[in-house]
Design a protein around this ligand. Sequence first.
Ligand SMILES: CC(=O)[C@@H](O)[C@H](O)COP(=O)(O)O
Length: 267
Amino acid sequence: MSLTIYDQPLNSRLLIGSALYPSPEVMKQAIIASGAQVVTLSLKRQNPAALAGETIWRYIRECVARTKGFLLPNTAGCKTAKEAVTLAKMSREIFATDWIKLEVIGDDYNLQPDPFELLSAAETLLQDGFKVLPYCTDDLVLCQRLYDLGCQVIMPWASPIGTGKGLMNPYNLETIRLRLPDATLILDAGIGKPSDACLAMEMGYDAILLNSAVALADNPVQMARAFAQGIEAGSQAYVAGIMQPRQTAHPSTPTLDTPFWHQPGGQ
Ligand SMILES: CC(=O)[C@@H](O)[C@H](O)COP(=O)(O)O
């Protein structure tokens, strides 16, 4: 089963960022190796008029063309709903997409999203026809409100951007999954290693968005492959049905009369 974002089926459950790589060429190779079809980029951070920005964009467009993928502009660096809405509208024109990764930062220390400004910006953008992918904290009520507004995709954080700390609050993340069974849930930010991503997929998350863990690896291309495999493993494990942990030991070596475990009601 493939990932679907606002009715768009995708081959990969990994969405990847385009910042912090040692060079544009390494970025391109890493994105291709990751298999990600969605690449996020920031209009604010990369000035299209500047030569450096132009080069990065060319590389990103090449990656997306190669994977038959999609650009996901983001509003990284915005601190108010007004600023984020303005940037989203500019991004829609420049990148010719109505997808927007909505990021409104409320605290400079841990780059924590501002839930109030985020909700307000999401409402405005949805009314304007955007397909909003909000980056938010792992707060169930906030996620519920965003979903009720019409955000089909919700992207709670694993931990603050760029920390690589992995899943800070597994209980919160599991609860969000449980309570919003129909939302497309993408875990975004703070993923440090493939096992973090695998864990979220085992919880039933639909996809992972990450950047730093690949871009800052000693070998970003190899790390991109490792993430692709970790995400695939977690996704398959979730679908396969993970066994319930048990309090007591059970021998796993078959005894003479019970070579197979019979589930109640099974054949
Ligand atoms: C690229 C992007 O959108 C980041 O804001 C995103 O949240 C990734 O975070 P990490 O760099 O921690 O993976």
